[in-house]
Design a protein around this ligand. Structure first.
Ligand code: CMX
Length: 455
């Protein structure tokens, strides 16, 4: 059931600022428009077959099985992701921007994912002010993070930090109080989503400065936009373009429908009514896998190793072809290439490539990545098994960051996670709004499959 005509609880109403009220009314207004659609789908078309599940899909990671709802974005194999129907280039063009910047603000994409509306400049400003108000980390969380051994991987630290924040969950507290009604779940989920999004860059910057900058921290600047402030807290470059590259990174990685590992994990854990901190901490653990988000770390490592082996020689397609073949022969994947759904060059790669070409085309790693773009797809195609030999989002994100001095590749997936918080938490709000139930797909044994296959 899509929850409609919700009267916002009085005590919550007093606590919310005007911008949160605006967000709630926009989300609720959209939900009311969609409610008849959801009801009709459930009641009149619940038995409609969407496709057959094959033995191959059951063994093969459930590829292509349509079995989940994500309202925030939709992925087309050839065109790439659309946030609420807008391509990423539309988002770059249409979303409000920081003064002097050409990049659509990621926090504006958060608004878009939540409401299906491009926010006005004033709405984004108000949202930023609200996020700043919610951004302080409790002392207990600061202590937890500061006490971690510096060789703990930054992604491990991030998931620990998110779990350390869990006791602040408004959803968790309200649920425990025993008075929370089902049609109020989404309001408290939104409350947590906003606080989590507000705090995650502060937490992520603290981890960076603890691990790589001897624990010397840079205070948050409440006059700045969400991503620009994160960039200045990282403190690796005063170049205004570093803020832009961070904004671009955070806008492009925000959402990729709900079937990928991090989004699906967040969605699955949230379906048990675990609060957004539990759910997204789990999603971050999934993002930390080398076949998913960690590929950006692996990709830069691969490029750096390749450059070292080149020993100052100009990279050529022939040499890179051989390096790619050697990687495959050693049993490893080539990071930054291939995709579970996309069958074309990832538009997120295309936008980053354009940014690099416009701003620092002569950087040695950018030049190397360009040669990779020519050399690697034919090598992957020649294996005869890789379904998409083209570069994905992770092929260039690290290269763009290292140009500005952020060359600690072990940190790259944390930046991905700061961004993905936007999409994953927006999805949680909409899952609770739609009243989606606990997920429980069916698993079978090999013997069961063999019997079925023989029928
Ligand atoms: N290098 C080497 N082999 C690759 C490959 C790559 N970049 N991409 C796919 N393959 C291999 C697969 O490992 C698989 O081999 P086996 O049959 O021996 O197991 C075969 O080609 C078929 O795979 P596929 O159907 O084309 O791709 P999958 O849906 O199974 O996997 C992905 C998708 C992304 C995990 C895979 O392309 C890969 O490992 N890429 C490198 C890691 C990477 O960049 N991941 C980031 C993806 C984006 C993100 O989530 O952030």
């Amino acid at each position: 059931m899509m929850h409609k005509a919700l009267r916002f609880p009085g005590r919550q109403r007093r606590a919310f600022s005007a911008v949160v009220d605006t967000l709630k009314h926009k989300i609720q207004g959209l939900a009311e428009k969609k409610a008849p659609q959801l009801t009709a789908l459930r009641k009149e078309h619940g038995g409609k077959v969407l496709g057959e599940t094959t033995v191959g899909q059951c063994i093969g990671g459930m590829r292509g099985i349509t079995c989940m709802i994500s309202e925030t974005s939709l992925l087309d194999p050839m065109e790439g992701i659309r946030y609420r129907g807008r391509t990423l280039q539309d988002c770059m063009d249409q979303l409000p921007k920081a003064p002097g910047s050409k990049i659509g603000l990621p926090e504006a994409s958060f608004w878009l994912l939540l409401t299906d509306e491009i926010p006005s400049d004033a709405e984004v400003k108000a949202l930023n002010e609200e996020l700043h108000k919610r951004s302080a980390l409790p002392e207990s969380v600061v202590k937890t993070i500061d006490s971690l051994p510096k060789d703990t991987h930054p992604m491990t630290q991030l998931s620990i930090g998110l779990l350390a924040l869990q006791p602040t969950s408004e959803f968790g507290k309200a649920y425990r109080s025993g008075t929370l009604k089902k049609n109020e779940y989404w309001v408290y989920t939104l409350e947590d989503a906003l606080s989590l999004v507000a705090k995650v860059p502060i937490l992520a910057a603290r981890i960076f400065r603890n691990v790589f900058m001897e624990g010397k921290h840079i205070p948050s600047d409440p006059s700045m936009d969400w991503a620009g402030n994160y960039a200045q807290m990282l403190g690796v470059s005063d170049d205004a373009l570093f803020k832009d590259v961070t904004r671009m990174y955070l806008m492009l990685h925000a959402d990729h429908e709900a079937g990928n590992v991090s989004a699906h994990t967040t969605h699955l854990v949230g379906s048990a009514l675990s609060d957004p901190y539990y759910s997204y901490a789990a999603g971050v653990c999934g993002l930390a896998g080398p076949l998913h988000g960690l590929a950006n770390q692996e990709c830069l490592r691969w490029l750096k190793n390749t450059r070292q082996e080149l020993g100052g020689k100009e990279p050529t397609v022939e040499v890179l072809t051989q390096f790619a073949k050697d990687t495959l022969a050693s049993g490893k994947v080539i990071p930054g290439f291939g995709h579970g759904v996309l069958r074309n060059t990832d538009p997120r790669y295309v936008i980053q490539r354009q940014f690099a070409q416009d701003n620092f085309p002569n950087d040695p790693l950018v030049k190397l990545a360009e040669v990779c773009f020519q050399a690697i797809p034919p090598v992957l195609e020649a294996t005869g098994k890789v379904k998409n030999p083209w570069p994905n989002v992770d092929a260039l994100s690290g290269t763009c960051m290292q140009y500005f001095g952020l060359d600690q590749e072990d940190y790259y997936t944390v930046i991905f996670a700061v961004s993905r918080a936007l999409g994953c938490t927006s999805n949680l709000v909409w899952s609770r709004m739609m009243g989606l139930p606990i997920e429980r797909p069916k698993s079978v044994t090999l013997d069961w499959l063999s019997t079925k296959a023989a029928e």
